[in-house]
Write a new protein. Structure first.
Length: 226
């Protein structure tokens, strides 16, 4: 009998991505292209609104990384660089996906994307140019600093776009090389995992709604200088 047959039989459905994690992920997938399109079309009012939404979601995801369901917590999926490199060393090995959540390399990609998203949305609060209205925090810094932040905002967008493309290419590579479908569990929430891996602790939706409200209030305070 092929060794994978026993693994298939001795497996069960495990909810690895709760609804808040999935909504966050796919909202980012939709909002990032929307941010680019509204910028290219000079729909700056919508661009700003999308930026606020992105900042709210990123703050929520950071909070969820400490207070959310077990697979979404940073301590659960962030591993040391050595372990991440060791994981990548086996990239050409075709094997079933036994990760409860993000793999060691994917964990670092998540941190990089969150950092770039946070930096991009925060610098956007300072942007001021001939097309867009002043950012809500522009008047609090000297013009030279605001210009430097505006340049950083543009550079961060390029870095964020490159990281997002790398993320998509990695998902395609895992599917093609390792035979692991990483996007489907993020869509439906569950994976087929070995029986010895128990169901992780999943936090109630009410906590996610509370943290989202806190995140939205934080952005409102930041934007309105209250």
């Amino acid at each position: 009998m092929h060794p994978d047959a026993n693994q298939t039989v001795a497996a069960h459905k495990v909810l690895v991505w709760d609804l808040p994690s999935r909504v966050f992920h796919w909202s980012i997938v939709l909002l990032l292209p929307a941010a680019y399109i509204t910028w290219r079309l000079n729909w700056l009012d919508w661009h700003v609104r999308i930026g606020y939404a992105l900042l709210t979601l990123v703050i929520f995801r950071v909070l969820w990384g400490f207070l959310g369901s077990e697979p979404a917590r940073f301590r659960r999926f962030v591993r040391g660089p050595v372990e991440a490199l060791g994981h990548l060393a086996h990239m050409l090995r075709r094997e079933p996906d036994r990760q409860m959540g993000h793999n060691p390399a994917g964990g670092w990609m998540v941190l990089a994307l969150l950092f770039l998203l946070l930096a991009e949305t925060l610098t956007g609060l300072y942007v001021s140019n001939d097309i867009a209205d002043e950012g809500p925090l522009t008047e609090h810094v000297p013009a030279a600093v605001a210009n430097a932040i505006m340049a950083l905002h543009a550079w961060l967008w390029d870095a964020l776009a490159a990281a997002a493309i790398l993320h998509v290419l990695a998902i395609i590579a895992y599917q093609a090389i390792k035979g692991q479908n990483l996007w489907l569990p993020m869509l439906r929430g569950w994976k087929q995992l070995p029986l010895q891996l128990p169901q992780p602790r999943i936090v109630a939706i009410s906590r996610a709604l509370l943290l989202l409200l806190v995140s939205a209030l934080a952005v409102a305070v930041l934007v309105n200088h209250v």
